[in-house]
Design a protein around this ligand. Structure first.
Ligand code: SF4
Length: 292
């Protein structure tokens, strides 16, 4: 596989069997055949901690095989595919963090969708949740275009970055506690590499809120007790340790734009816009960092 476009099989015939080999030309793939893959929780910790750059980190994230159940599921989905996508290649690998390398806003989600990120290889890309989310990010100035449909489109995040708390698509969108904990060092390492200019973390849903909290604690942030409850619009202001650039960081809660939440009206485009408008205001003016 070469070039900038995900390959598409002859019309009417099934596409090549997933998952996509590292370094085989998928747009945005930072991994190569030589990228080391973690095979258990200890190796995730070691490889995440030793990553010196975001490119190295995302490459390692994208070839991880530490959670046997999720590896089996993501690859099975990539082989079987859904009917409407049967002529496409599926990514079928962990979906790494994506976006601005010096973001002011980090958006943390739950996990890739089986036929969304697991298909396209880019977080929140190619599914209904992403349709709603990217439209809001575009309205609020964080995305270059209002849609995100494939890793080869022209979408780009502006001053923002996205990461999932669990980077492989889980069956019925429910990772286990062990899988959540195994994946946590990838988020911690991403925080380490992007925190200097960062002003806001937007957590899409309670799972992401908890995951961000765990990573911030591991990073040495002084966190209030008890932990503030997640809610839409919930806010916590945290002092950023000097080693992470100093100043203040805003943790911001937002209901996840899942299909269920958007269909039922639990979260609306206007509610998302409110959160990202708040994030923008804080990122533009709110943080008094000593080292940005
Ligand atoms: S969920 Fe995270 S830790 Fe588990 S295999 Fe995927 S990337 Fe690795």
């Amino acid at each position: 596989m070469t070039g900038g476009q995900p390959p598409v099989a002859e019309p009417g015939k099934p596409g090549p069997v997933g998952p996509v080999p590292p370094g085989s030309g998928w747009p945005g793939d930072t991994a190569t055949a030589a990228t080391p893959a973690a095979n258990d929780a200890g190796e995730v910790r070691a490889l995440a901690a030793a990553a010196g750059t975001l490119a190295e980190l995302t490459a390692r994230q994208s070839v991880c095989r530490a959670c046997p159940r999720l590896v089996e599921w993501r690859e099975e989905v990539a082989r079987v595919k859904r009917k409407s996508s049967r002529t496409e290649d599926y990514w079928g690998r962990p979906v790494p963090g994506w976006g601005d390398e010096r973001p002011r806003v980090l958006i943390v989600g739950l996990a890739p969708a089986a036929h969304g990120g697991n298909r396209t290889g880019r977080i929140f890309t190619g599914d209904r949740s992403g349709d709603v989310l990217f439209a809001s990010l575009y309205r609020c100035g964080f995305a270059a275009i209002p849609t995100s449909v494939s890793a080869s489109d022209t979408q780009r995040l502006i001053g923002a970055r996205m990461a999932a708390a669990v980077r492989c698509a889980p069956p019925v969108n429910k990772p286990s506690v062990t899988e959540r904990d195994t994946c946590a060092p990838w988020l911690l390492a991403e925080l380490r590499l992007v925190t200097a200019p960062l002003g806001v973390i937007v957590c899409l849903g309670g799972f992401a809120w908890d995951a961000a909290w765990t990573s911030l604690r591991s990073a040495g942030f002084a966190l209030p007790r008890p932990k503030p409850r997640f809610g839409h619009g919930a806010e916590v202001t945290l002092a950023v340790p000097a080693g992470y650039g100093g100043g203040e960081l805003l943790l911001l809660g937002c209901y996840h734009p899942s299909q269920q939440n958007t269909f039922t009206g639990r979260v609306t485009p206007a509610m998302l816009d409110d959160v990202f408008t708040r994030a923008r205001a804080w990122a533009d003016d709110g943080r008094q960092s000593t080292n940005t």
